[in-house]
Design a protein around this ligand. Structure first.
Ligand SMILES: [Zn+2]
Length: 460
């Protein structure tokens, strides 16, 4: 009989705790939807500061403004964490033509981040299309040498989560140019990694392998890629040439900063839950969805928790990471410092998939048993807000290094709806106007709710 009483007591305390959680999450959403500030903050970041590529004046301005923003919210601690970052500049706008006999057809390209410049008068060469690095390798040096390689692997439309399509097609951007250089290519043109068909080239970092010639590399819009591919199919090789000119440059590294705000834990001040995004952006636009929305949601999480009078058990941090796009030095620095300061970290949540309607969270490297357990604990609390997909999956680039330096940390990715993100990702179209206020604020509330639940109940 006693055993049943104990079970009943446990049941009622669990139910009471669920009721309390459910009320508090409602409070978080009310605050976000009625008084949310992420959207106005994002407008300032996009319109008054704009592009924030690492090492640029925009990045420096963004750091100063972000610290002031956090200071204004009166968090327990606000500070800058110094980090040296690469300083790559695009220079004057790129030019490119398909040359068909004496016809020149202009096509939109954008140099890939970290890319080398072409010679001052550009490069003109025969161009050869491949669909993958594997195909490049089968052609080998006898075919590739002296040519521009055109990587035209298309974004696979069949993926439901577009992030998976991005990862799959992305290989040719990250690794293609260096692979082509190994066979003597003089330049690389990469199809933009997007499910959309339009005239926006999508930039993004490429990685040069040490000891391999750094050939100039650029992204081409998907419409232009289709046109070039059709022309190559219809004509014999020597008739079609390609010309491009780009003026980018890698300058010496620059001192920059992660911007960090903190609410101190009432029970475990040296245990942390981090929520972050990246402050830097590509230079073609305003870095609205990538990742202005993420940083503004992160600070909004702290603001909501503070405004609602929540006293966290553990310390909660918002981190604006610097240099995610072309080096992730900010993420590496944060992880190193956490280890040096012997901090315990329960979890880190990254929001870097755009400010779209929240769907849920992914838990990096989580076992099926863990996913089952986290669903049993939290799913019904998030279900009314349609942010209850709790699945195994990636955490994020900025928080990734923490798993090397901090034992037992759980890395979590915030997962908004992914259907529109890669239409504008890394393009001139990643602007404030493409962000929806309610979607952005729902995301901040979803993340704040997850932070609250982890703070209350842990993840084990
Ligand atoms: Zn990003």
């Amino acid at each position: 009989m006693k055993r049943y009483l104990l079970l009943a007591a446990l049941f009622f305390s669990a139910t009471a705790s669920q009721a309390q959680d459910s009320l508090f999450i409602r409070k978080i959403y009310d605050e976000a939807l009625v008084n949310g500030q992420a959207y106005d903050n994002l407008r300032y970041l996009c319109k008054n500061i704009g592009q924030r590529l690492s090492g640029s004046a925009g990045a420096e301005k963004a750091v100063t403004w972000s610290k002031k923003l956090m200071d204004g919210y009166g968090f327990d601690k606000v500070y800058l964490q110094e980090v040296m970052v690469p300083h790559w500049v695009r220079g004057a706008k790129e030019q490119a033509y398909i040359i068909d006999g004496n016809k020149k057809i202009a096509v939109p390209i954008a140099a890939l981040g970290s890319s080398a410049a072409t010679p001052a008068n550009g490069i003109t060469a025969n161009i050869i299309e491949v669909k993958s690095i594997k195909e490049l390798e089968t052609l080998g040096e006898s075919v590739i040498k002296g040519k521009i390689v055109f990587f035209n692997g298309a974004f696979d439309q069949r993926f439901i989560e577009t992030g998976a399509g991005y990862g799959a097609a992305g290989v040719q951007r990250f690794a293609g140019p260096s692979a082509a250089a190994k066979y003597g290519a003089v330049g690389a043109i990469v199809r933009s990694i997007t499910p959309a068909l339009d005239d926006y080239p999508h930039t993004g970092g490429t990685v040069y392998v040490d000891g391999v010639t750094k050939i100039p590399a650029a992204a081409i819009s998907t419409l232009a890629a289709n046109k070039l591919s059709n022309m190559l199919r219809l004509r014999k090789l020597p008739l079609i040439k390609f010309y491009f000119k780009q003026n980018c440059q890698t300058l010496p590294d620059v001192r920059s900063y992660n911007v960090i705000g903190e609410i101190k834990g009432s029970e475990n001040p040296n245990k942390f839950i981090t929520v972050g995004g990246h402050l830097d952006s590509w230079d073609l636009a305003e870095g609205a969805h990538d990742d202005g929305t993420g940083v503004m949601q992160s600070v909004e999480v702290l603001r909501i928790l503070k405004t609602t009078g929540y006293k966290p058990k553990n310390s909660i941090r918002a981190v604006f990471f610097m240099n995610e796009e072309n080096g992730h030095k900010g993420g590496i620095k944060y992880a190193e410092q956490a280890a040096a300061d012997k901090e315990e970290h329960i979890a880190a949540i990254e929001t870097d998939e755009g400010g779209f309607t929240p769907r849920g969270f992914s838990f990096e490297g989580a076992s099926p048993a863990f996913i089952k357990q986290v669903n049993a604990k939290f799913k019904n609390l998030l279900e009314p807000y349609e942010a209850d997909r709790l699945v195994e999956g990636g955490g994020g680039t900025d928080i990734g290094p923490l798993k090397e330096t901090v034992p037992a940390i759980k890395l979590i990715g915030f997962r908004p709806d992914s259907q529109r993100y890669f239409d504008i990702h890394h393009t001139a179209n990643d602007v404030f106007e493409n962000v929806n206020k309610r979607e952005l604020h729902l995301g901040a509330a979803a993340i704040a709710s997850m932070v609250y639940l982890i703070d209350q109940h842990g993840l084990n």
